[in-house]
Design a protein around this ligand. Structure first.
Ligand code: PPS
Length: 303
């Protein structure tokens, strides 16, 4: 725990809200076929997707999203509170998780639980993570974007000069929930299964209505035009930013320093371009191409 993370099976976790005991017990959690699971690497837009799913469930009626904290509407299976809430839940419902596939409760793989895997340009998850972890007190605070990205100037230099193979540490291995590359490669092994839908933040942003329709189809739900209008309106960045049940402002200040930022930061695609140096962008491309060579390019709908 001394390095600012709690390590479990080689994966770093935040130090508040997680215990080794719960993570071990969680492995035996039993998914119901009617559950809907929202999976993502941190900072992929997970809370946006949770809000959309809650609104699809209520057919656009905002009463639920305005009265119950988002983490109670769709508990995180890996957190202490989330796991306890899910264990006591009688009927099916929404479940959220940032876990990599190798740590996931095995019951999922024998169930018909509908799984939505949300993916986002890792450059944007990196930038978003850097700003979010800088204002939070539950993981190691990054010293700089470069330190967060590759660890040290020495590492950066080695990567730029290409003097040695791309480090496995680079590209977010020692950040909360481990490596984006491993997370995505792991969960993408489920693609093609009929209970597994991949949604990208970029497509969700570009054509929200169309993607909500696709999600409804996957879930076997329909929305009348007026209900769709309400889902779109109530899950918009601006409305979510102002909803204290969804914007994380209910967290105490000692956990999240809201004076210096927010979960609802920019809500755009391509913000990484405002923060990466040319060298960082090149290093990123090199690692990405090398590590993701085995997956089709169309899975990653960003520039
Ligand atoms: S977490 O803490 O890992 O669960 O964060 P997560 O929710 O996955 O990601 C946070 C980013 O999602 C953006 N966000 C949204 N974008 C567009 N529309 C809506 N409604 C929305 N809600 C959240 C949020 O702003 C974070 O991205 P950045 O790039 O930091 O703005």
């Amino acid at each position: 725990m001394s390095d600012g993370y709690m390590w479990f099976e080689g994966v770093p976790f935040p130090v508040v809200g997680y215990t080794l005991e719960h993570l071990k017990a969680m492995h035996n959690f039993v998914f119901k076929d009617e559950d809907v699971l929202i999976l993502s690497f941190p900072k992929s837009g997970t809370n946006w997707l949770i809000e959309i799913l809650c609104l699809i469930h209520s057919k656009g009626d905002p009463t639920w999203i305005q009265s119950v904290p988002i983490w109670e509407r769709s508990p995180w299976v890996e957190t202490m509170n989330g796991y306890e809430a899910l264990k006591g839940r009688e009927g099916p419902g929404h479940v959220s998780s940032h876990l990599p596939i190798q740590l996931f409760p095995k019951s999922l793989f024998q169930s018909k639980t509908k799984v939505i895997y949300l993916i986002r340009n890792p450059r944007d998850t990196l930038a978003s993570g850097y700003f979010f972890w800088s204002i939070s007190n539950f993981v190691k605070k990054p010293e700089s974007l470069e330190q967060y990205f590759v660890g040290s100037p020495k590492e950066m230099e080695a990567l730029v000069t290409g003097g040695r193979a791309c480090s496995a540490r680079a590209l977010l291995t020692e950040v909360a929930f481990g490596s984006w590359l491993e997370h995505v490669c792991g969960w993408m092994s489920m693609r093609g299964k009929e209970n597994f839908l991949i949604v990208s933040y970029e497509e969700l942003k570009q054509d929200t209505r169309n993607m909500i329709q696709k999600i409804c189809q996957f879930l076997g739900r329909t929305l009348e035009p007026e209900e769709m209008h309400l889902v779109l309106k109530n899950s918009s960045f601006q409305v979510m930013k102002e909803n204290k049940m969804s914007n994380y402002s209910l967290l105490p200040n000692w956990l999240l320093d809201e004076k210096n930022g927010s979960l609802m930061r920019r809500g755009t695609t391509g913000d990484w371009k405002n923060h990466f140096t040319v060298a960082q962008a090149e290093v990123f491309d090199k690692i990405f191409q090398e590590k993701m060579a085995g997956l089709p390019r169309e899975l990653f709908p960003w520039e």
